[in-house]
Ligand binder design. Structure first.
Ligand code: SDX
Length: 435
């Protein structure tokens, strides 16, 4: 918080005329906040904000979003610059430390991550307990949660060195675990990480190489994978990051906290949207069905929503979607896929929706998930892996927020209250006396 002059806001209970004054806190960018930490103790009122549409849950220095302008900064650096000029491990390091590393710091960080890419061999047996058709996200929730059973030497959250090792292990092992989930669902043997490869190259190698023949990572696809990871690395206090912070506030170990984040990310309103977008585009089939789909999305009585559209914060084009669309073209061109019907449908759907008053009025634009599925499918990933890839990338952001929260001297367990509208106090009635 900046040491701005002491501004306050006063609340008046119009029924009694009672007044209460609260301080206003200013950040370095974005909206100021009304500090309501003493609201209940001072007024006997709770603030009521289901879905936290107007609630600041914490102070953070990691990511800034201006939803109206479509701005996304990681430690002050614009997302499009990072996606086009940096690499994922460097962005992961930036998220953790707050600064772009110099050459020596970059080498040290990459070495620390690389030395942790393998997983405990016993974990391989953990996978064989799942059905082959288990959704890879179900596997990831289980396996990541189980890591605390394997790495007892990095679960003491009060030991800074153990927190650092846990951070390295999570960022290093999540792609290995994700690739294993993919291989397991495909019935193919697991592929060990190759530490001479970059993070993105290594992931593609673990996913698509097979023992029967040599595999060379396509540099254009590796470059696209790197950008996709960067675009998904962090996004302020989104639902899954807030879940990680809430789990961490109870003192839960880092692996349990990240497993909680993976579970939350899976929902179709959040990270599961990329899989839902592709299913929607495939169900549309041809462009002439688009008006019907748009009509359903606008119908208040229809629960259908245009997947990949809309955002709690962005009331402008999601800057990540712009980079994603450009990456989509690069990948399809590299793979020689001309006039991809899904991309054609997506582009036409975007064109029609963005001209429609409903979407204009409600400021609904394509979000990060709208184009990602088209790229990932073209790269050879099944739809069930799309959210897993999102979790791989977002682990860097979750770990940064986990560390930031643990380093907050004012941290306390997250424990919201409620507006209770249930039964008032009543006496128990024995079953023989009930009607
Ligand atoms: C991610 O928070 C993050 O940062 C998330 C994320 C990240 O990086 O972590 O950015 C990743 O989760 C992106 C979002 C992926 N989800 C989808 O694409 C699913 C489709 N989108 C919607 O479900 C919705 O837009 C949400 C969930 C993303 C946002 O919902 P909000 O903020 O709760 O907004 P809302 O539901 O109150 O919608 C406002 C209005 C409503 O109409 P009214 O009730 O006001 O009349 O807009 C309508 C909604 O019905 N609306 C849509 C719509 N999204 C919102 N109508 C049709 N299609 C849509 N997609």
């Amino acid at each position: 918080m900046t040491d701005a002059p002491h501004r306050t806001v006063t609340l008046t209970d119009d029924a009694t005329g009672k007044k209460w004054t609260f301080p206003i806190l200013d950040g370095s960018m974005g909206p100021s906040v009304i500090d309501t930490r003493k609201l209940y103790s001072g007024t006997d009122f709770f603030a009521h904000d289901p879905g936290f549409t107007s609630t600041s849950s914490c102070e953070s220095k990691i990511t800034f979003i201006d939803g109206d302008k479509g701005i996304l900064l990681h430690r002050g650096y614009p997302i499009d610059e990072l996606a086009n000029k940096s690499d994922f491990l460097e962005v992961a390091q930036l998220l953790q430390t707050g600064e772009l590393p110099n050459a020596a710091e970059k080498r040290e960080w990459n070495k620390n991550i690389t030395m942790h890419t393998m997983v405990h061999e016993q974990l391989i047996r953990f996978y064989s307990g799942f059905r082959r058709d288990a959704h890879p996200m179900a596997v990831m929730v289980g396996v990541v949660g189980a890591l605390s059973a394997f790495y007892h030497d990095s679960i003491d959250i009060n030991d800074a060195r153990q927190r650092e090792i846990a951070s390295h292990r999570l960022i290093a092992k999540i792609p290995t675990l994700a690739a294993m989930a993919f291989k397991y669902s495909a019935g193919q043997p697991f592929v060990y990480p190759q530490n001479h490869l970059t993070y993105a190259e290594n992931f593609l190698h673990m996913c698509f190489s097979v023992p029967a023949e040599p595999y060379k990572v396509n540099p254009v696809l590796a470059h696209a994978m790197n950008k996709i990871f960067i675009l998904h690395a962090d996004h302020e206090q989104n639902a899954s990051t807030s879940t990680v912070r809430l789990a961490s506030s109870s003192g839960a170990n880092p692996f349990a906290c990240i497993a909680a984040g993976i579970a939350c990310l899976w929902g179709p309103a959040h990270g599961g949207a990329n899989e839902a977008v592709l299913r929607m585009l495939m169900s549309i089939g041809s462009k002439d069905k688009i008006p019907e789909i748009v009509k359903r999305a606008k119908d208040k009585d229809d629960t259908f929503r245009l997947m990949g559209f809309g955002h709690r914060v962005y009331k402008n084009y999601d800057p990540r979607a712009k980079v994603m669309q450009q990456t989509c073209r690069e990948v399809l061109d590299e793979l020689g896929i001309k006039n991809d019907p899904l991309l054609e449908t997506a582009m036409e759907l975007e064109r029609i929706a963005l001209q429609d008053d409903y979407f204009i009025q409600k400021k609904l634009y394509p979000n990060v998930d709208f184009y990602s599925g088209i790229i990932l499918r073209a790269m050879g990933f099944p739809m069930s892996m799309f959210t897993v890839l999102f979790a791989v990338a977002r682990t860097a952001g979750w770990v940064a927020h986990w560390q930031e929260q643990l380093n907050d001297p004012e941290r306390k367990i997250g424990r919201p209250r409620q507006l209770y509208t249930g039964a008032t106090t009543r006496a128990f009635v024995p079953v023989e006396q009930r009607e």
